[in-house]
Design a protein around this ligand. Structure first.
Ligand SMILES: [Mg+2]
Length: 318
C-alpha cells in the first residue's frame, strides 16, 4: 500500500522528504499515508505499546555513529521494550526532528530504521517529521501478545532462577573509549553501535517458562533493581558467573548500559544449550530470586560485594 499511499501527500518540501523516506524504508513501510494507521490485532491478543526517544547529544554524539547506526540503534531501543514484555512487534511509528545539518543523512538513517524493523519482523506504519535544533528519533512500537506469553517485571518469585542473554560490557567499553577519544575495539563498538533487540529470544524464553523479564537499557544491576522493586523480591546475582565480552570485567559488565540484552526469571530451569543452538547466543544462569526487601545483591564467591551506584538518570543532579 505504501506506493499508492504516496499519492496521498500533497506538494511541498516536507512531503517530498516524507515521500523519499517512505521510498527508502522500502517494503517494510506499509499503510503509511492516511491521517492515522490501522493496526490489526488478532482476536485473543492484547496490544502492547511503548515509546523511546534517541536524542543527539544525550544518547549519542554525531561523531560516534554513522547515520545508519543512529537509525538502527533508535529502533532497537524501542523494540527492546517489546522484547522485555514477550511481545511480537507489529508496527513502528517514527517521529524525526531533523536539523538542517542532518538532512543529507536522512536516507541512511532511514536505512538503519528499516533494517532493524525488518529484522524484528515488523512494519513502519507511520511517523512525523519536524525541523529542530538537535536530531531526535522518537520510535513508538506496537506489539501484540497472548496473555499466556507475557513477561512482566512484577512476576519474579522467590526460588526463580535468573538468566541473561548474550555477553555484557561491550557497550560500556566502547563508550569509555569514545569518551577518551580512542577508537573502540570493533567487537565493543558493534555492541554499542548496532545492538539487536532480543525479540525472538525473549519470546522463546517465555515459551520455555520464563515469567518475568526486563531489558538491559540502564545496565544489569540497575535494571535488576527495577525487577526487584516491581516483584517485591531480592535478586542475588553472581558476578563471577556474568557473561562478559573479552576485555571487560564483570563489574563493568554489570553496570554497562544500552546493552538491550534481557534478564529473565524462571521457576523452571531453562535449556541453555537449546537456546544457544537456536540463536547462536549464550544464555547464562547468573543468580536466584529470594524473599526480602527489594534489592539487588551482587556476589563474588558467594559473598556480597559493593558495586558503584549505577543506572543513568536523565534528571539526576550533576
Ligand atoms: Mg525497558
Amino acid at each position: 500500500m505504501s506506493h499508492d499511499a504516496e499519492i496521498a501527500f500533497g506538494p511541498g518540501e516536507e512531503f517530498r522528504i516524507i515521500r523519499r523516506m517512505i521510498r527508502r524504508y522500502g517494503p517494510v513501510a506499509t499503510g503509511v499515508g492516511d491521517d492515522a494507521a490501522l493496526v490489526q490485532i488478532p482476536p485473543g491478543e492484547t496490544m502492547v505499546v511503548s515509546t523511546d526517544s534517541s536524542v543527539e547529544g544525550v544518547h549519542f554524539r554525531r561523531e560516534w555513529l554513522s547515520p545508519e547506526e543512529v537509525g538502527y540503534r533508535a529502533a532497537t531501543a524501542a523494540l527492546s521494550d517489546l522484547a522485555a514484555m514477550g511481545a511480537r512487534p507489529v508496527g513502528l511509528l517514527i517521529a524525526l526532528t531533523v536539523p538542517a545539518g542532518w538532512r543529507a543523512s536522512l536516507d541512511a538513517i532511514g536505512d538503519g530504521l528499516a533494517r532493524a524493523t525488518a529484522e524484528a519482523g515488523a512494519r513502519i506504519i507511520g511517523g512525523d517529521l519536524t525541523r529542530g535544533d538537535a536530531l531526535v528519533l522518537t520510535v513508538t512500537v506496537i506489539g501484540a501478545l497472548r496473555q499466556g506469553e507475557m513477561l512482566a517485571r512484577n512476576a519474579a518469585r522467590a526460588g526463580d532462577r535468573l538468566y541473561v542473554t548474550g555477553e555484557l560490557g561491550g557497550s560500556a567499553a566502547a563508550l569509555a573509549a569514545l569518551l577518551a577519544g580512542i577508537e573502540p575495539e570493533s567487537a565493543h563498538r558493534a555492541r554499542f553501535a548496532t545492538p539487536h533487540a532480543r525479540v525472538a529470544e525473549a519470546r522463546w524464553l517465555a515459551g520455555q517458562g520464563a515469567r518475568a523479564a526486563v531489558d538491559l537499557s540502564d545496565g544489569l544491576i540497575a535494571d535488576a533493581g527495577h525487577l526487584a522493586a516491581a516483584s517485591h523480591v531480592q535478586l542475588v546475582i553472581a558476578l563471577d558467573r556474568l557473561p562478559v565480552v573479552a576485555g571487560v570485567t564483570p563489574e563493568q559488565g554489570a553496570t554497562s548500559g544500552e546493552e538491550y540484552e534481557v534478564l529473565v526469571a524462571s521457576a523452571l530451569p531453562l535449556d541453555r544449550a537449546a537456546f544457544a543452538d537456536r540463536f547462536s547466543l549464550p544464555l547464562t544462569r547468573i543468580g536466584v530470586v529470594r524473599d526480602g526487601d527489594p534489592a539487588v545483591i551482587a556476589t563474588r564467591d558467594g559473598a556480597p560485594v559493593a558495586l558503584p551506584r549505577s543506572g543513568f538518570d536523565h534528571f539526576a543532579a550533576r
